[in-house]
Design a protein around this ligand. Structure first.
Ligand SMILES: [Zn+2]
Length: 430
């Protein structure tokens, strides 16, 4: 099965699905041609013909829980001059498959496809539907979208599921002598906000009679740069701390307690203790000799799962104090979570137990956005991000994602197939 996954991954890497423009239909057809002869139901759905999503299914024999293996087929771009191999070669070298998307996330696409294919060959009939979705357009996902967001609104019946396994985590880390496998169960909410500072415009030669909004923005930007909210503990942060420390410290001590174990634990916990703000863009006068009467500062703001813009607005105003400014919240996205006491969690936990006795499964909230959000929002699906990586260290993997010389260890690809089969068999026999 490992060899089968290697071959399929190589073929997927050779289909260029750099987004934009995506052109994911080639990948969807390749997967359909692999799965359909095994009697697996396959359907292609596309908002436009060249950007198809594949949904494949082994129908359940009863009304047991349905499980989706979720993945995306598009990738970010690659600059061949920075690579030691052709990024679309899928070359097998030093025990790894090399190419754009190997980690993010054609490796998991291939492992999921091989998992469902092998189960179909064995005649496995799950109690509820086993679904494999290889979707388009995850990497851009703004404006008009072609992937899971569109599918959930246009073809909900093809996508509805109780449980889903997606990308997002699966790293094996060691903290203070404990081995942890991370499973992402929540994500922060991306909530851009514009800080609009008001002044009075005037001629650049007479600053005395104007009220320069850019100058007034400066101390506010500085204050934003120092933003430090009261720490709070979300359920996933509590469970993570419990796995690392065997206890849950009060929120104010959480960061120090994590740091006392390992700097990496502190790095993982810090963004999950509160919303973060990062001023990233500024716009004031369009002319050198016109003093701006208005200055817009765009702030990348990430809220905790479940936190609302209203709450964030109150926190920011309290932090900045009185002033001649407004806060305008733009389209926020994400910020969902799945609970932890579920059969899917137990299934992943039992895999980790068997893989490495004594290792623990620890939940983590991710600071970025993943497609899990769309399933949670549309169907209340319990969705986790987990794809175990053991041969490649997380420090190496994180540097290769979206970067040059992206590759996945063949052994991790095989491990991924084993993991996805285990979950499908466990959930599907409920
Ligand atoms: Zn991805």
């Amino acid at each position: 099965m490992k060899d089968e996954a290697v071959e399929l991954l190589q073929a997927l890497i050779r289909v260029d699905t750099v987004n934009p423009p995506g052109n994911e239909t080639g990948a969807a057809e390749l997967l359909r041609d692999y799965l359909e002869p095994l009697g697996i139901e396959c359907a292609l759905y596309g908002r436009v013909p060249e950007r198809a999503n594949l949904v494949a299914r082994i129908p359940g024999r009863g009304d047991g829980p349905s499980l989706m293996l979720l993945s995306h087929t598009d990738t970010v771009l690659a600059d061949p001059t920075e690579w030691s191999v052709d990024p679309w070669s899928g070359e097998l070298r030093d025990g790894c498959v090399w190419g754009r998307g190997a980690l993010d996330m054609k490796g998991q696409v291939a492992a999921s496809a091989v998992a469902i294919a092998s189960l179909a060959r064995e005649g496995f009939r799950p109690s509820g539907d086993l679904i494999f979705a290889a979707t388009a357009d995850e990497e851009m996902g703004e404006g008009v979208t072609y992937g899971l967001e569109w599918l959930c609104s246009e073809h909900p019946d093809a996508l509805r599921c109780d449980y889903a396994v997606n990308e997002g985590a699966g790293d094996r880390i060691e903290l203070g002598g404990k081995v942890l496998y991370l499973c992402s169960s929540a994500e922060k909410r991306s909530s851009p906000v514009v800080l609009r500072v008001h002044g009075r415009s005037g001629h650049g030669s007479m600053p005395g009679i104007a009220d320069n909004a850019l100058v007034k923005a400066a101390p506010l930007i500085e204050r934003l740069g120092e933003f430090a909210p009261e720490p709070v503990l979300t359920p996933e942060t509590e469970a993570f701390l419990a796995a690392v420390l065997d206890r849950v410290p009060p929120a104010e001590q959480a960061l120090e307690a994590a740091r006392s174990v390992d700097e990496l634990a502190a790095e993982l916990v810090e963004p999950l203790l509160g919303m973060t703000v990062a001023p990233t863009m500024v716009a004031a006068s369009a002319k050198r000799n016109v003093i701006p009467g208005r200055c817009d500062v765009t702030v990348d703001c990430r809220l905790l799962p479940g936190q609302t813009e209203d709450e964030a607005d109150r926190l920011l105003r309290a932090w900045l104090g009185e002033g001649e400014y407004d806060l305008e919240w733009r389209d926020g996205q994400g910020g969902t979570r799945s609970e932890l006491a579920t059969p899917l969690w137990s299934a992943i936990e039992s895999f980790v137990d068997a893989l490495e006795p004594g290792a623990r499964l620890a939940p983590i909230g991710v600071s970025g956005f993943t497609d899990s959000h769309w399933l949670r929002e549309a169907f209340g699906t319990v969705a986790y991000g987990f794809f175990p990586l053991r041969a490649m260290s997380p420090e190496v993997a994180v540097r290769l994602i979206h970067s040059a010389d992206e590759r996945i260890a063949v052994d991790d690809l095989g491990l991924g197939v084993d993991f996805l089969r285990h979950v499908a068999l466990t959930v599907g026999s409920a």
